[in-house]
Design a protein around this ligand. Sequence first.
Ligand code: AVI
Length: 325
Amino acid sequence: VIDDRLRYFKPHASKIEKTFAEEIFFSLNRCCKFIHPKFFYDKKGSDLFEKICTLPEYYPTKTEIEILKQLQDELPPYLDKTFRVVELGSGASVKTRIILDIFTKLCGHVEYFPIDISEILTESSENLLKDYEHLHITGIIDTYEGGLEFLKNYDDKKNLILFLGSSFGNFSPMDGHEFLQKINSTMKPGDLFLIGLDLVKDKQILESAYDDSQGVTAEFNLNILSRINDELDADFNLNNFSHHSLYNESDQRIEMYLKSLVNQSVVISKSNLLLNLKKDELIHTEYSHKYRLSQIRKLLDDVGFEIKHTWLDDKNHFSLTLVSK
Ligand code: AVI
């Protein structure tokens, strides 16, 4: 407890630390190599992602903010004073603030539960407290699944669960379906869920959003190797890799890879792994799925959600959908 308006829970701390070395062993000791995108977000990675959100080519953040501004008038009819805000991912960002402003106006005070695996949660929570006098924060430092488990049966208060930024698009379709089921089973009758999803659009717009002219996305992608070097005692030479991304039209997703530029061997001590990579071999790091409105309806419908409203921007680039159980 930092002050009486801020407290943290770390329900599964030891489990989080143990699995990084094990997961890296599992995902790199195979022919189709991958690194799970959740490992992007150490302090440096989270800062780089914040920077991506401000890039001219990266339209999702700006567009979602534009839609959230519409919600200032259009969300309150779905709310009452008994709601708290639960956010998957911790934002001190403009987006979180727009929602907190809506609640402050409606209730006079706000109870906010951010759930995030990254310790950046503590920094963003402290920043929010400085600006919101009547804000109470319970920060849950855990995976989304762990945090949702913690929230289940926590109390009788109604939750508005936020999952913004099209982070859902980073799941595989199967994991995404399971995740929505998990959210649905966490929710009590009366709870609401607001999800931001990126929409299918022109290939050119999509590809430049994930391969920007300043090279920030490349740095973000490569930083995952620095993180493995630092935390798992590895010797990746970042100069021997390049950022590689493309839009796969049939699967409606951006695919991001790290390409090995030479034949090379890398030691990852804490994973007990000697990694051999061929020239041009790819390590998959991220999918970012894009959706059509009919697919969003089906996705949410299949899990048993009732759609209350979908909001779009002027160009139909991004969507926000509010559902109940
Ligand atoms: C966090 N997530 C929604 C981002 C996205 O657009 O898929 C991550 C990202 N990867 C590269 N740029 C941004």
